[in-house]
Write a protein that binds this ligand. Structure first.
Ligand code: NAP
Length: 513
């Protein structure tokens, strides 16, 4: 098969266009006909033997691909020949075919073409994890992105804007910054001509930035850390400048800020359910058009070394993609309604596929009544956020005839309560546990599944009007009941956005028949 081959470690011009033997497939692998391969910075490091993964020579670089399945290993049930997939292969993608472990392969959502499929997981996956799970970026915060015109950088700009932050994009050229503005950056800094700290002071009016997304490292890193706001979060993402920054420890002390590592690959392996949830949300954002990959240029397979060279010379804005073979995209569907329906079906399918490939079960956990005991100890993940509005509080007060002023008197609360807000009833918070419950678990075959009780409840912090809350759950026990029923125990924790302690910890008791 045709491939770009690395025979000896070196720069992109040492790569050659050649023939490699077709890879052989193991029982846990799939063989993929590669359609496109996204270019990522680690590809550049791997060919120089500077990355943590070190393939044996000769090998073909290219770590993220899209394509169709040609063959599946004997033990693989979740894929079949012809499936359109995306995969994180590590290397081997600059070739007509590649063998990948099935747990690194994902079904491609409909409506997504092969070019976009080859450059979505890595960029959006990393940046979403960094901003959502690590920094917990909030609406109204400021986000500085260093290397904002690159692959993960531009994705961070876009996602930061979608998450309601004021995005400050910093890059080395006017062209890159223009692309950042198109993706929603409110402010831009050209760090090859402007002083980063001075500009950040001006833009934030001396307050500093709440979150820094650093995909560059080098000299800019300390300047960015010195420009942080109180309780800021500094995300260590990459070191494209070639220098791993050394920070003086007094800086995080003085600023009360955190320096946080981001390792998306490890996160996806260690927390597959949360990673799946993120990918489903990313696909949702793409589907609505809220985010869209910026494709810099499509290169042919022969031109793949040139694509790497352009990346190395900081010429690429967004993503460079290598197209393998001569193919045209088949339209997935034409009518809007059909597309919508198909997308809905496939999101469900992805959830099921991920379940098999990652050996994890997406939310809600759907289990059969008879199997319930097998799930003792199973974490159920986390629900979506729910906002406790004054209206919610009033409705509860009316229903329970409890009209204490701390719950319902908004004017008095403005003067007398912390932050000037009313407080939700503890029992309201507790009752919301029952609302959240079906988001986490659904039991097939149970004719009655009523949450009938709450046990061992504690309320470490109060929920104020307007706060967002969500619940995390875990099955702790299932006891036999008469008539083949079960009593299910779910440990529940309701957290409040921005609070360290939860609003509620307790045990939900549910009768299942
Ligand atoms: N932690 C994780 O989980 C994770 C996941 C994915 C990627 N990464 C890392 O994130 C970094 C960015 O990856 P990417 O694929 O987005 O790369 P990319 O598209 O090449 O973007 C990197 C940006 O870095 C800047 N840069 C500064 N000095 C550079 C230099 N000497 N050579 C090349 N670029 C330089 C460039 O912007 P300017 O020209 O504007 O300065 C470039 O746009 C890499 O270090 C990668 O390993 C980490």
């Amino acid at each position: 098969m045709k491939a770009i081959v690395c025979n000896s470690f070196g720069l992109p011009d040492s790569l050659v266009f050649d023939q490699l033997p077709e890879p052989s497939i193991g029982e846990l692998d799939v063989l993929i006909n590669v359609r496109a391969c996204g270019i990522n910075f680690p590809d550049l490091l791997i060919i120089q033997n500077k990355y943590q993964f070190k393939p044996e020579l000769p090998f073909s670089p290219g770590g993220e691909i899209s394509g169709t399945i040609e063959a599946v290993g004997a033990k693989i049930k979740q894929f079949k020949t012809g499936d359109r997939v995306v995969a994180l292969c590590g290397w081997g993608g600059f070739a007509e075919k590649v063998v990948v472990k099935a747990n690194r392969v994902f079904p491609m959502p409909p409506g997504m073409d092969f070019i976009n499929g080859a450059c979505t997981l890595y960029t959006y996956g990393t940046s979403y994890h960094a901003l959502k799970d690590r920094a917990q970026l909030k609406t109204g915060e400021t986000l500085l992105v260093l290397g904002a015109g690159g692959g993960v950088g531009l994705a961070a700009v876009e996602l930061g804007k979608v998450m309601g932050a004021t995005v400050i994009a910093a890059a080395s050229s006017a062209e890159k910054l223009e692309a950042c503005r198109e993706k929603g950056a409110a402010h831009t800094i050209n760090y090859s001509t402007e002083d980063l700290r001075t500009r950040l002071k001006e833009i934030t009016q001396d307050k500093g930035v709440d979150v820094v997304y650093d995909a560059v490292g080098g000299k800019l890193a300390e300047q960015a850390l010195r420009s942080m706001a109180w309780k800021g979060r500094y995300l260590v993402v990459g070191f494209t400048a070639g220098e791993i920054p050394q920070f003086p420890a007094n800086l995080p002390l003085l600023k009360g800020c955190s320096i946080m590592g981001v390792f998306w690959g490890s996160f996806a392996e260690r927390e597959p359910q949360q990673s799946l949830q993120n990918l489903v949300e990313i696909i949702g954002l793409m589907r609505t058009g809220a985010i869209k990959q910026h494709i810099h240029k499509i290169y042919s397979l022969e031109e793949a070394p040139k694509a790497l060279e352009d990346l190395m010379n900081r010429k690429v804005i967004g993503k460079a993609v290598v197209k393998i073979g001569d193919w045209t995209e088949e339209p997935v569907a034409t009518k809007k309604e059909v597309v919508k329906e198909v997308v809905k079906e496939i999101v469900e399918e992805i959830k099921t596929e991920f379940k098999t490939s990652l050996n994890e079960i997406p939310r809600p956990l759907r289990i059969k009544l008879a199997d319930i005991k097998k799930y003792i100890g199973q974490p159920l993940g986390t629900t979506d956020w729910f906002t406790v509005t004054q209206e919610t509080i009033n409705e509860f007060a009316n229903a329970t005839q409890d009209h204490q002023w701390i719950h319902v008197d908004v004017d008095r609360a403005k003067q007398q309560m912390p932050e000037g807000k009313t407080i939700a009833h503890g029992y309201l918070t507790m009752s919301l546990a029952a609302k959240f419950f079906p988001e986490l678990i659904a039991v097939d075959g149970a004719t009655t599944a009523i949450n009938y009780g709450l046990n061992k409840a504690r309320f470490p912090v109060a929920v104020k009007s307007g706060s967002r809350i969500r619940m995390t759950g875990k099955i702790t026990n299932a006891e036999d009941m008469p008539n083949n029923g079960y009593k299910l125990y779910v440990e529940a924790k309701i957290e409040v956005e921005g609070e360290e302690k939860p609003a509620y910890i307790g045990e939900l008791l549910t009768a299942l028949y």
